[in-house]
Design a protein around this ligand. Structure first.
Ligand SMILES: C[S@@+](CC[C@H](N)C(=O)[O-])C[C@H]1O[C@@H](n2cnc3c(N)ncnc32)[C@H](O)[C@@H]1O
Length: 280
């Protein structure tokens, strides 16, 4: 995922924005709530949410830190952020700013205490960062020593059968074959077990890491299976395809789901939190 440029990521999520919240109740929402709970945010905290999307973790974070706290929710996709802004306004949350920005160059504005943010959270987003390790280590330096970091990531088994089935349906409709990724380690695979995520968070500059597994098993209805394609990073695979081709992909995907007896989509997620160590 991290080999996509910022422009491609923004275009993918701008296109996905209108459909993204169709799967929020099943996936993004529960995970965002768990992340905020596990991060133990307190009233008055200053929080940075990296790749906030439509606010699945940023909005509960704003509720947790209250009117004396603040949340900077940053994302490359302004269409995603705009949905977050509407939700914040509906909930009368005045302590959250949705800012269109690239996390790789974000600097804390003057409203953040000199020591840095109290917490950095990021749900299903760090594996989009180019040079994931360096980019994340740089972001951790925006957090005060002793502050909190929390990330979520797909567990190893998550989406495996679902994604294989989708790509099998997609492949024959593409003008060029999909790149062969066999033997290649995707960034998301580097943090897809509790041990790997624990080690990665520690190496980035944190300690006292806690990783929990959040089982998310969703009935594989036609509605969910297609909405997840439209409202996730998979949306980018449909970019530039004519509507009739997209419809044939959808029909083939639904056919394969039935043929293969896929009853459940496994979206199990790891929630990792830790204490940020100081830097010299
Ligand atoms: C799968 S979505 C997750 C959104 C949200 N955190 C949630 O859980 O619902 C990943 C988000 O990361 C954003 N993103 C990816 N790379 C980014 C970067 N370099 N800077 C800021 N946002 C980025 C994407 O635009 C997208 O909205």
């Amino acid at each position: 995922m991290a080999d996509r440029s910022a422009e491609e990521i923004a275009a993918t999520f701008d296109a996905a924005a209108a459909d993204f919240d169709r799967v929020s109740a099943d996936v993004w929402g529960p995970t965002g709530q768990c992340l905020v709970f596990q991060a133990g945010l307190r009233p008055g905290d200053a929080v940075l949410d990296v790749g906030s999307g439509t606010g699945a973790s940023a909005l509960p974070a704003a509720a947790a830190v209250g009117p004396t706290g603040l949340v900077h929710a940053i994302d490359l996709s302004d269409a995603m952020l705009e949905r977050g802004r509407v939700k914040a306004s509906d909930r009368a949350l005045l302590n959250i700013e949705f800012v269109c920005a690239d996390a790789t160059t974000w600097e804390a504005p003057s409203t953040v205490p000199d020591a840095g943010y109290d917490a950095l959270i990021s749900s299903y987003a760090v594996f989009f960062l180019p040079d994931m390790d360096d980019a994340f280590a740089r972001l951790l330096r925006l957090v005060r020593p002793g502050g909190t970091v929390g990330v979520t990531a797909w567990q190893q088994s998550a989406l495996r059968e679902y994604a294989t089935t989708f790509f099998d349906a997609l492949g024959p409709h593409l003008p060029q074959p999909l790149p062969d990724r066999a033997g290649r380690m995707e960034p998301a695979q580097r943090i897809d077990t509790p041990d790997k995520l624990r080690a990665w968070l520690a190496a980035a500059g944190s300690e006292a890491v806690e990783v929990r597994e959040l089982p998310i098993l969703i009935p594989a209805t036609e509605e969910f299976c297609w909405n997840f394609v439209l409202g996730s990073g998979l949306r980018g695979t449909l970019s530039g395809l004519a509507p009739d081709v997209v419809e044939r992909i959808r029909a083939d995907f639904m056919g394969l789901i039935t043929d293969r007896g896929l009853h459940t989509v496994d979206a199990t997620t790891l929630v990792g939190t830790a204490r940020v160590v100081g830097f010299p």
